[in-house]
Design a binder for this molecule. Structure first.
Ligand SMILES: O=P(O)(O)OC[C@H]1O[C@H](O)[C@H](O)[C@@H](O)[C@@H]1O
Length: 323
């Protein structure tokens, strides 16, 4: 019958997955694990904006000045940088995936995973007309965001070249994670010592990192190359260690804007640089090339474990070398 309102099949919520509205009415998905951990992701940018442990503590940094208004990307959480990291190409900074409205993928191809997580959502992005003008490639980008039984946050990207005329394409990529920290002066990063890096503050010149954990006293913007699958971010004050586990992502960007750049960013509080650190699992030095039909998978697994040197509960080296 004409005029009948078309029924949209709103996805059905469950105790583990709730579809709701967030800031400025943007569609948001809430993931909840049975022991109390939770995460939030906006369909805009497929952007994780919150990840809380089972005590309800927020583990990701989200700027108090974040603008939830397209085309601006949300400042904080885990922006998706695809199909271009930074200014390494002809597209806008970090590509367009973080500035697009993704949709729920209600019929994803089978997902080879060993997690029993019920708290997950599958999102999908395909190129718009506009995107195809600037980046003339056919792709399907499927992203699964899941909370593991222990509250770990897992992001799995599957990007397939769906081009039918035989054209391959290449891209660079990052999960641009903003970790919430007590104070940058209390933070050290283990796992990147002695590695080579490109310094974005020195014309991307290549250097070799010194031999012990990274500490922070000024602006840092470094692309570490061929990094281990595990990196530890130790917050001494909070007695908490973030463990970044990554697969298919050989590089890692470490970024803190510090005071001058913080003041220059309208969507970032002047003092917020003290309470965040970006450690971004990435594929930058060697762009990923896909032939038609080929699929790339990039996995990020974040966990937050109690760590206190005095109690000897956690030795970062054990975490890095352990399972
Ligand atoms: O402001 P954005 O476009 O989100 O970029 C924020 C930052 O992202 C990455 O960390 C880059 O290495 C930095 O050079 C850039 O400033």
């Amino acid at each position: 019958m004409s005029g009948e309102k078309e029924k949209t099949s709103a996805p059905s919520s469950s105790p583990y997955v709730e579809f709701c509205k967030g800031v400025n009415g943007h569609d948001k998905v809430l993931l909840r694990e049975s022991r109390g951990s939770s995460a939030e992701v906006y369909l805009y940018g497929a952007h994780v904006t919150s990840w809380k442990n089972d005590h309800g503590e927020e583990l990701l940094f989200l700027s108090s000045k974040a603008v939830f208004k397209p085309p601006k990307a949300i400042r904080g959480g885990i922006p998706i940088c695809f199909p271009q990291f930074g200014g390494l190409g002809t597209l806008d900074q970090h590509g367009f995936a973080r500035n697009r409205l993704w949709t729920i993928d209600d019929d994803p191809p089978p997902f080879p995973t060993n997690t029993l997580s019920k708290a997950f959502v599958d999102l999908i992005l395909k190129p718009s007309e506009e995107d195809s003008k600037n980046w003339p490639h056919c792709f399907e980008y499927r992203l699964r965001i899941a909370l593991g039984p222990g509250g770990d946050l897992m992001l799995t990207s599957r990007i397939r070249n769906t081009n039918t005329e035989g054209k391959p394409f290449s891209f660079t990529f990052a999960y641009h994670t903003y970790f919430s920290v007590s104070d940058t002066s209390e933070v050290r990063v283990e796992g990147l010592e002695t590695l080579d890096y490109l310094d974005n503050l020195q014309n991307k010149e290549r250097f070799t990192e010194q031999g012990d954990a990274l500490t922070f006293e000024s602006e840092v913007d470094k692309i570490y190359l061929s990094t281990p699958t595990k990196i530890a971010i130790i917050d001494h004050e909070k007695k908490r260690t973030f463990v970044v586990r990554k697969d298919g992502l050989p590089d890692a960007v470490v970024w803190n804007p510090w005071d001058k750049k913080a003041k220059a960013m309208a969507d970032f509080g002047d003092d917020e640089y003290k309470h965040m650190l970006c450690v971004e699992a990435a594929a930058i030095e060697k762009p990923i090339t896909l032939k038609p039909g080929e699929e790339w998978k990039g996995r990020l697994e974040l966990s937050a474990v109690p760590s206190s040197y005095c109690s000897g509960q956690l030795d970062p080296q054990r975490v890095l070398l352990g399972s």
